[in-house]
Structure formats: structure tokens, C-alpha cells
Design a protein around this ligand. Sequence first.
Ligand code: ADP
Ligand code: ASP
Ligand code: MG
Length: 422
Amino acid sequence: MALIVHKYGGTSMGSTERIRNVAKRVAKWARAGHQMVVVPSAMSGETNRLLALAKELAPAKTDAAYGRELDMLAATGEQASSALLAIALQAEGLASVSYAGWQVPIRTDSAYTKARIESIDDARVRADLEAGRVVIVTGFQGLDEQGNITTLGRGGSDTSAVAVAAAMKADECLIYTDVDGVYTTDPRVVPEARRLRTVSFEEMLEMASMGSKVLQIRSVEFAGKYKVKLRVLSSFTPWDIDINEEAASGTLITFEEDEHMEQAIVSGIAFSREEAKISVLGVPDKPGIAYQILGAVADANIEVDVIIQNISKDGKTDFSFTVNRGDYAKTVDLLKEKVLPGLGVQEVVGDTKICKVSIVGIGMRSHVGVASKMFRVLSEEGINIQMISTSEIKTSVVIDEKYMELAVRALHKAFELDLPAL
Ligand code: ADP
Ligand code: ASP
Ligand code: MG
């Protein structure tokens, strides 16, 4: 008997028929003798629908100004799908109970709309498991210290599932979604993309942080920190396929580099349109400037990604960085109100029509010339690179948004990711 966590995404929970299928699949696992905790997302489209209602009532600055209420609102999506799944399981003849995040409780900080999980008290869930119940825990939500409902950022149910698996020391966490694993790149953009049988934790972390939304980045961070055995697989296989076949399908996130993986120099390509570039022009080139600009941004809980400071001319320089597109207006306002006056600078310019494309692979550690090949491929396509950032196992470029798909396809082909694995 093992303790298994299943997570089902929005599409997998998208209708009562699909919820019934999820219930049958979970029942199969429970009847095979496993203790089951299931973490569902809201039914597909529901979170967008709810947030759009809020936007109708308050079009401007919604996230910053109305965070608490947005979380109250968005959390209802997962509460509904969790209750429906518990009902479907009971209809299948299984004892089952659903809990909202606050009932577990899953404790988070108070950063509304992007809260971080701080701790999980698993006593209640464990007692139900011991009593033979399948436990459903809402994805995407938690409770802060003041008793407010919080949500974990878009795609956050992945993180709920992995955090529950970590807290309960589950034997495995299976992320069921609408693709049958992690691909070399998003198969919706490159139909030739290939499923990876395994992907190393570090590569998955880079891919998720560079925009592959198949797993939310924090879920990968949790998996790494607590060594959760994590697999991504399809919820669209027939629910009654052999359980061992199902358990070995999809993509396993691995923690060891085996020889096979070292042969692939680039394992995947990630991309993100959710980017915006901000440049502060004519900044005095003296110590403390980066801190003055980025410290204020960080204090407002805005994540900064690629950073560039140009060479100085006449003691002045231009300072550029990227933020999440949703944080763009907030960041520009903040700079204008709080930072520019102190720097004696007037001009801040921005571009929201950019994207970031990244090649990721642990093989980049031991091979030179990978980044230059990327630059050559982009130049052959006539694509101008605006910013570059690298890590040991990744190279990212910021380019005009309109070339994103062209860039991804060209790189996928040039790095031979469409060919069968070695
Ligand atoms: P869920 O609702 O199950 O959480 P998501 O939409 O969040 O599903 O994530 C699954 C989607 O991620 C896929 O449908 C696919 O389009 C996208 N995706 C992006 N990059 C990748 C990748 N490298 N491999 C697989 N899927 C990817
Ligand atoms: N329902 C939330 C969202 O749409 C969380 C999730 O699906 O993981 O972002
Ligand atoms: Mg998701």
C-alpha cells in the first residue's frame, strides 16, 4: 500500500462526464489498495470567468487593489470542483470527503493572488485516510495568518499537490493533465515536439521558470526541496487501462543525471509572452543605482527577470529589466512615483510586445557554442535579439513578440528536438 497524490487540471475536470472519469480512475487506484489524496483544479475556464467578472466591476489595477477579494472569488472554483469530485467518488461507492484549503489547513503568506505555502497540517487528512476515505483537497488556495483565503498564482494547483505530497511524505505525486507528459516544447506550438520519458529536475525547473506552463514553477521547487517523486501524465487515457502501465506512462522528473540525459545538449525550449521590458534612461552610473531601482520593485513583491545595464556615457547609463506583463503598469507607476524623483531622472520607457524564448539542457554545462548556435539560428531568421540572459543550463533571449513562434520552431528544428531520442 502506498500513499499517492493525484492532481487533475482544469481540462481534466472540465465537465461532469470528465469528473466522473476522474472518479473512476481514482477509484481504480484506491481499490488497488493505495491511500489516495486528490487535488483538483477548478473546471476549465472557471478561474478566468470569475476573474473577468471582477475586471468588469473594477477594470483598473485589479490585482493590486482588490487582491483579498479576488482570492475569495477565485478560490470558489476549486471548492466547487472538489465537492463535485467527492460526490462522484461517493456515487462510485467510495468513501470520500473534500476539504477547502482553509479546512486542512494549508497555511500561506498574505501575498494575495500569488501567495506562498508556508506549512500544511496533515492531521485531518491523515485521519480520513486511516478511516479508509479518499481525501480531496482543493488546489490553488490556502489560508493566511489573519484567517484570509489566499490563492497561489495561476497554475497553482500543481503546487498544492506537490506541497501536500511533500508534507505527507507521499510515495508519488502524479500530475494528470491534457497532454501525455512534458514535451521538448509546447506541442500546441510545435506539433513535431516529442514527449520526454524523463526530464531532470533542474531542466524542469528552468523550463517552468522560463514559461512552460505544464508545471507551475513553485511545484517544481517543492519537488526538488523535498525530493517528491513527480510524474506528468495524461488524464485522457481510458480510465480502466492497466494501473501499472498508467503508473509508468508520461514523464518522470528525475533527480539524478543518467548517461542518457547527458547526451542531449538541449532538452527543451520554453517561451513566454507574459513579459514586459522597462528601461530607465539616463541613470547616473554610480554605486547603489541597481539597488535603488530594483530594491523598490522587489519591495512591491514584483519579480524581475532579465536585467541589463548598458555601458555609461558621460556618467549616465540606461538600465533595463523585464517583469511579468501583468506587473508592468504597477512597476512603471512605482518607478515614476517613488524611484525616479530620487535619482533625478525623468524618463522611463517600456515595451509590452516582447517575449522570451529559452533553450534548456544540462548538456549545455559541458558543451561550448550552444548559445552561439542559438544566436545564429535567430539571425538566419532575421530576428533581432533585444536582451540575453544565461545560466549554466539555459540561454534566454528577449525578442519581438511577433517572432515568437517562428523562433521556437526554428530552434526546435536546429537542435534536432524533433528527432527520436538517442
Ligand atoms: P492543467 O489544466 O492540467 O494544469 P495546463 O494548461 O496548466 O494544464 O498545462 C498543460 C499545457 O501546458 C498543455 O496543454 C500544453 O499546451 C502546455 N505546455 C507548455 N509547454 C509544454 C511542454 N514543454 N510539454 C507539455 N506541455 C506543455
Ligand atoms: N484554477 C487555477 C488557475 O486556473 C489553478 C490551476 O488550475 O492550477 O490558474
Ligand atoms: Mg496547470
